[in-house]
Ligand binder design. Sequence first.
Ligand SMILES: Cc1cc2nc3c(=O)[nH]c(=O)nc-3n(C[C@H](O)[C@H](O)[C@H](O)COP(=O)(O)OP(=O)(O)OC[C@H]3O[C@@H](n4cnc5c(N)ncnc54)[C@H](O)[C@@H]3O)c2cc1C
Length: 422
Amino acid sequence: MSEADFEIIVIGAGPAGATAAASLARRGRRVHVLERGHFPRFSIGESLLPQCMSHLEEAGLLETVMAADYQPKNGAAFTRRGQETAIDFRDKSTPGWGTTFQVARADFDQRLIEAAQAQGATVEFGASVEAFHADGERPCVEVRDENGETRTLRAGFVLDASGYGRVLARLEDLERDARQEPRAALFTHVEERIEDPMHDRDKILIGVHPEDGGIWYWLIPFRDHRASVGVVGDIDKLAAGGTTLEARWRALIDAEPRFRRLLAGCRAIRPVSELRGYSADVERLHGPGYALLGNAGEFLDPVFSSGVTIALRSASLAAPLVERQLAGDAVDWEAEFEIPLRAGIDTFRAFVDAWYDERLQTIIFHADAPPEIKARISAILAGYAWDRSNPFASASRKHIDTLATLCRLHGEKRAAASGSDP
Ligand SMILES: Cc1cc2nc3c(=O)[nH]c(=O)nc-3n(C[C@H](O)[C@H](O)[C@H](O)COP(=O)(O)OP(=O)(O)OC[C@H]3O[C@@H](n4cnc5c(N)ncnc54)[C@H](O)[C@@H]3O)c2cc1C
């Protein structure tokens, strides 16, 4: 074992880790990133939200993202039992970016970490953090390299951005119930030849299973006629559709008429993958000498593509606090990090819960929502969940409830007048 010193150690080089490393390195801090894997590597989480853009900009990472020529994204389109609707992020009530990108994460994550390196962060790949010692002034990590050798590294502060690795959640015994049903996702990348003029490549397409509102689909177009296609739902229901992952994925896609039509001639270009029970949460997002970023802390559900946004938000909130702490200031991590970060996550949670109990589906598929209400919903779905001036952020559950009830009653009245189903 040998010892080395850094001002900040970051565990994990995904979007949260790269953004934190870049932010701190450009402030002149000595940051070292320990990444278990080797980049480029596949990762799920390809549809960004416009709120990401200002965080990328702040961390000096926007230039490399803009240079990548990714597929632009300006909103989300929805399909359910033949009903089509869309939310355009540019109509949002919160000021700021209204567009973003859909990104193949292998390339995106590599670009971000390379840009962090260019700003002065050092990065070690193939370096897995296996143990941790919390300490308000000199926390340390034990890192194992690919030859099986371990070293102890000390730092002034440790940021855990290990995502699904959940390093400090496990080692510091912070895990708590995620308060989400355990769901699964089946997904792959396809080569597609979609020619339907109604298909808007600038939007993620979200579909709802015609017979089960708890099963939903995504179609995320990339450049070059490639796309990410996945389905999410109850673990047992997703397992029931076939003997192989490919067969289950195809059977579920074929069950939704618009997805079946759009993807009729597509070819999977990587094996279908499955992720189960990915929702996670922790008792607290900070402790002596450390804080948890992105998925290493809390992960809800992918339905509103909020994961990378929360990861970047957490990094952008934490970086100036780490800097202040290293400069000798007393930082109140609860008041200045955990509470403000959780406020936006709780807004997303209210939206996710309302999606699965179908109140949000009632709102989204309601044809006549007033534009000012649509603009506020659009702001949340664009990632501006921390905008407390938006009542759908500051009192999400109450406003979703009221609006869903109004939409339902209005739908029933209209259906009664026309003699059709609501
Ligand atoms: C089915 C599904 C679909 C999703 N779709 C979207 C979407 O469309 N849009 C969106 O924004 N989000 C989406 N997400 C969420 C998204 O995947 C994550 O929120 C995002 O990747 C979190 O970034 P991160 O930097 O926190 O963690 P990660 O991207 O997971 O990065 C963590 C890094 O830490 C490394 N690591 C792990 N353990 C160790 C260790 N012991 N030592 C060193 N390094 C370690 C890993 O190798 C990894 O590179 C989706 C999630 C799921 C499950």
